[in-house]
Design a binder for this molecule. Structure first.
Ligand SMILES: *Cc1c(COP(=O)(O)O)cnc(C)c1O
Length: 360
């Protein structure tokens, strides 16, 4: 079996040139005589890899010097806890927008540490849209407002960022970071689990404005303390050295594609191919409100769960894998992150056409 088109939501498909480069360098990195996995994280050769990864990340996302960049173990879920530990005073208030399952989970985790206000929610509508937010809903003295820029499970995305005035905007961008342009200066913190658009699983990148560092509670474990991690180049303990290296290769790939703006154009095209077909289909129907449709996670159904399952199986037999919707919502989901080539999306649309012709 050759390589398939993998539409998994995460861990997700990685760019083939990245995997090939990693394979070439697997046994011996450069002239070091060893694999990156075998290097001390304190060694000169590894520090070069680390610094290069951070530098490319800063360059593709245009991250200024007054923001720290951290590569931390524990994924995005680890940061659900780290955020209140670092930003929320014991008697403070944190505002959250509940726009999906992960957004909800972030708020639930934060509640363990203090007062959480859900200022807007689309939970009652099964998260098919992003709730409307206006500045008047915010607590003026909130420690931060937390949003989830792309909802991986339900397939929705924010069209614009909420105006938060002096309240720092904290964003979980796990499933759309690097896929569309953001001005990082509008955020206090942006973070993302790596396994969708950055690299392999198990790590989060955290971009944090430096004035927000240094307010962690005394009880914060040192590996979750952003200020300590920033001071130590994310090496308070042994970091995920190989994952960081692979993320570096992925970021170089992003740069070689022409950067985020160039990828964003292709991503818009890829999503349009799928949505246009779905909107004209007699069998498939999109599940997210049109206005808020994600460009990364395309969710749809046939209307019959058995047909959904049959479609997912038939697609897998045709080399189009992992199209099953999230276990919480069922249906079908095609995750089409940066590394999914447009050819994969075209193959999927062709397959959907064939399937429809046989089943309507
Ligand atoms: C995948 C995902 C997470 C969870 O990431 P982990 O690395 O598994 O903790 C959180 N938020 C969003 C938006 C995600 O897509």
């Amino acid at each position: 079996m050759g390589r398939v088109y993998n539409f998994a939501a995460g861990p997700a498909t990685l760019p083939l040139p990245v995997l090939e480069k990693a394979k070439d360098e697997f046994l011996e990195y450069g002239s070091t005589g060893m694999s990156v996995m075998e290097m001390s994280h304190r060694s000169k050769m590894y520090l070069e890899i680390y610094q290069q990864t951070e530098a490319v990340f800063r360059s593709v996302m245009d991250i200024p010097e007054d923001y720290a960049v951290l590569f931390l173990a524990g994924g995005a879920t680890g940061q659900f806890a780290a955020i209140p530990m670092n930003l929320l005073p014991e008697d403070g208030i944190a505002d959250y927008v509940d726009s999906g399952n992960f957004a909800h989970g972030a708020a639930v985790e934060a509640k363990k540490y203090g007062n959480v206000h859900i200022i807007a929610s689309s939970r009652e509508d099964n998260y098919v849209h992003i709730p409307v937010i206006d500045a008047s809903m915010l607590d003026a003295d909130a420690a931060y407002l937390h949003i989830t820029t792309n909802n991986t499970i339900f397939g929705t995305r924010y069209l614009s960022l909420p105006e938060t005035g002096n309240v720092p905007l904290v964003a979980d961008a796990s499933s759309n970071i690097l896929s569309e342009s953001y001005d990082i200066r509008k955020f206090g913190v942006m973070y993302a689990g790596a396994q969708k658009n950055i690299g392999p699983a198990g790590m989060a990148v955290v971009i944090v404005r430096k004035d927000l560092l240094g307010h962690a509670r005394n009880s914060t474990p040192k590996i979750f303390d952003w200020a300590k991690q920033a001071e130590a180049d994310s090496m308070v303990n042994t970091p995920s050295t190989y994952t960081i290296y692979l993320a570096g290769l992925c970021l170089e790939w992003v740069k070689a594609q022409g950067g985020i703006a160039a990828l964003e154009k292709v991503n818009i095209e890829k999503a349009a191919l799928l949505y246009d077909f779905i909107d004209n289909s007699k069998l498939f129907k999109g599940t997210a409100d049109k206005a808020y449709r994600s460009r990364m996670n395309v969710t749809f159904v046939t209307g019959d769960p058995e047909t959904d399952n049959d479609f997912v199986k038939a697609a897998a037999n045709a080399g189009l894998l992992n199209l099953k919707g999230h276990r919480l919502v069922g249906g079908i989901r095609a995750s089409i992150y940066n590394a999914m080539p447009i050819e994969g999306v075209k193959k999927l649309v062709d397959f959907m056409k064939e399937y429809e012709a046989k089943h309507v």
